[in-house]
Design a protein around this ligand. Structure first.
Ligand code: NAP
Length: 248
């Protein structure tokens, strides 16, 4: 039996990049998957099509995780379609880089609304439906300890995600719901292409500091998430797993 057979998972920001790989991997392991997106309907539909073509179950659901009503609507759609909820992967996130002189209120608020408030609102909505054996996996970033220049606000959001995850691991433990973090190093995705990181000096510097000597690919993260979602990780909560090729 596949390790997620019978489970239902919501993956936020699964229209592309790391989230799309997570959705495909959870489905391959037997989960029914809700593929969330904010604006990229075509991307989300393509992820759903690839899952169903492989014999899996998935639906695409739009929702901005930084809006309470939309986060609730996303979780409600999952429960309505598949009848239960077992796994929430808070993957949605944006990155924008700015030197300290260039940081604006808008830059700060955009990052914190999606990367931090989005995690709180979606987990709040999901917690009503997760039962014993439930698993929440938050995608943070190795930037919290690599400390890349110009990433002050972004790294701040991911430090907050780590702290929130530790608190919620304790808070939800009496209900036997586990909360863990996967903290990726640099991964080649649509987002890192758009942000201009792929091919940049920043990428070269990060890869040069990476003991395994290469950038990450979305599947490097997805397998770790699938493990944390599974009962094999049943005694892990409050953990931060850095999946980064060894960069620290
Ligand atoms: P990506 O390719 O830019 O994809 C981002 C995803 O988030 C998209 O599906 C996007 O949906 C969704 N999203 C953005 N705003 C949203 C919102 N308000 N509500 C719901 N969904 C929203 O990003 P990625 O590189 O795969 O990164 C995924 C996660 O990994 C992020 O949390 C990021 O911080 C983290 N991470 C990435 C790296 C890296 O090097 N790539 C390293 C460490 C951590 P739409 O397309 O519909 O807008």
């Amino acid at each position: 039996m596949s390790k997620l057979e019978g489970k239902v998972a919501v993956v936020t920001g699964a229209s592309k990049g790391i989230g799309a790989a997570i959705a495909r991997t959870l489905a391959k392991e037997g989960a029914a998957v809700v593929v969330n997106y904010a604006s990229s309907k075509a991307g989300a539909d393509a992820v759903v099509a690839s899952i169903t073509a492989a014999g899996g179950r998935a639906i695409a659901v739009r929702g901005d995780v930084s809006k309470a009503a939309e986060a609730q609507g996303l979780i409600a759609a999952a429960v309505e379609r598949f009848g239960r909820l077992d796994v929430l992967v808070n993957n949605s996130g944006i990155y924008e880089f700015a030197a300290i002189e260039e940081i604006t209120e808008a830059h700060y608020r955009r990052l914190f609304d999606i990367n931090v408030l989005g995690v709180l609102l979606t987990t709040q909505a999901a917690a009503k439906h997760l039962g014993e054996g439930g698993s929440v996996i938050n995608i943070s970033s190795a930037i919290t300890h690599v400390h890349t220049p110009t990433a002050a606000a972004y790294a701040g959001t991911k430090g907050a995600v780590n702290a929130i995850s530790g608190v919620l691991a304790n808070e939800l433990a009496p209900r036997k719901i586990r909360v863990n973090v996967v903290s990726p190093g640099f991964v080649v995705t649509e987002g890192t292409h758009t942000a201009g990181v792929v091919g940049s000096d920043m990428e070269a510097g990060l890869v040069a500091q990476t003991p395994l000597g290469r950038a990450g690919q979305p599947d490097d993260i997805a397998g770790v998430v699938a493990f944390l979602a599974s009962d094999a990780a049943g005694w892990l909560t409050g953990e931060v797993i850095t999946a980064s090729g060894g960069i620290r």
